[in-house]
Write a protein that binds this ligand. Sequence first.
Ligand code: PLP
Length: 366
Amino acid sequence: MSWDKLIRADLAEMQPYAPGLRGSQVRERSGKDVISKLSSNEHPDGPFPRAIEAMRAILPHLNRYPDGASMALAEKLAARYSVPVGQIAVGSGSNELIRLIAEVTLRPGDEVVYAWPSFVVYPMVTNIFHGTCVPVPLAEGDVHDLDAMLAAVTEKTRIVFLCNPNNPTGTIYRRAEFERFLERLPEHVLLVLDEAYIEFVCDPEFPDGMRYFNGTRPIAVLRTFSKIYSLAGARVGYAIAPEPLVQAIAKVREPFNVNMIAQIGAYYSLDDDAEVARRRKENQEQKTYLYGCFDRLGISWVPSEANFVWIKTEKPVEVFEALLQEGIIVRGFGKTPALRVGIGTPDDTKRTIAAFEAVVAQLGSV
Ligand SMILES: Cc1ncc(COP(=O)(O)O)c(C=O)c1O
């Protein structure tokens, strides 16, 4: 059997997505009972009570297939954003929608422009669908360089991904610079606004993608229930996009792409905006507290509008390992001289500070 002949040769160049370490793995390695998993930008609290109740109630009905069109959820989202239901696509996480958008748009050699570092799935899907990756380095301050991104757009550009707030840096671009960018972006390009962390944003100058969506311009806004809504394990996200794009996605997605538990959990999560606001406030408080402690320890950090903080370190591998020994799981990016530290509960924050104090004492500096 020649697997080389059977499997696409170009896959040899690709790497599978590397998820953050799981708590159970680190418990064994560190010998610590209490682990703070701050590596995947999840919310530390469980799903909203009403969502848990509804998801429990659906269990006896799992003998049936889910609604393939996720219609009840799509209708609720459409009403929330005042758009026709035909402009909503629901996916198994917004991750699936990123992939589906690439699948329905990319022809071999099409260029895909995105900032770097940013969400690793953009280059992954570009490669899967034979596109050409055009990463544009972040500017000073680890922010999107929208001018450089515009300059990278050519006749062959099919998609521009903008991640706001950006994962992994937590930085945002603001309204005025985005509007300048949007005015100059050619209409042949699909602009994908990935707003997975929008609910955590406090900066009033943040350009909410929905302000620029009019149903005809080639803009897709992506959001998720995985972050502030705590449904990462259920897998559900959505795109608000012009109808032709939503219809194309419907042709290539799996027939029942979003499971019943995820649909119902998301549906009932949307009723509790007060809890969203509470979580945003608590996240902001934890970040402010962390910033102060980082300053005290001489650790360089980047202001974040998300639920994680990008810290600078010349020893990312050593610091990552030393934090693991303290039971704190953060996210490293190979040799990139930085680490991404997720925001957890107030207890996680206390443990994180104590761990960084121990690491500074051990390594001299971070
Ligand atoms: C920027 C960004 N977009 C999309 C996603 C995908 O989230 P999900 O597929 O869980 O909705 C993530 C997850 O970490 C993310 O960071």
